[in-house]
Ligand binder design. Structure first.
Ligand SMILES: [Zn+2]
Length: 94
């Protein structure tokens, strides 16, 4: 039971890490080919993918949130560090 929870956390962490390292993935609609076939079976023609607008890559859902969270944590850590340094310098002055 506990192992399952740990496994779940590990999978979640790996997924979040992959989102952070690779925020962009292949477009799921055109699979990175940038064009999709359109029209009836007899008259098919390639058109620019409407989902990625011909880029072939899509920002993965959640990647923005991950990056924002990482930024927030870093800012908070930096703030705490400066606050601690202020406290140290103030105490040494007295
Ligand atoms: Zn596409």
């Amino acid at each position: 039971m506990v192992n399952h929870i740990l496994l779940g956390f590990a999978v979640l962490a790996a997924w979040l890490l992959s989102l952070w390292v690779h925020p962009f993935g292949k477009c799921p609609h055109c699979r990175g080919r940038r064009i999709v076939m359109r029209g009836s079976k007899r008259r098919r023609r390639p058109v620019r993918c409407w989902l990625c607008k011909g880029i072939g890559r899509r920002q993965r859902p959640g990647s923005r949130t991950v990056h924002r969270t990482v930024r927030k944590i870093r800012r908070e850590l930096a703030r705490q560090r400066t606050a601690r340094q202020h406290a140290i310098s103030h105490s040494s002055e007295e």
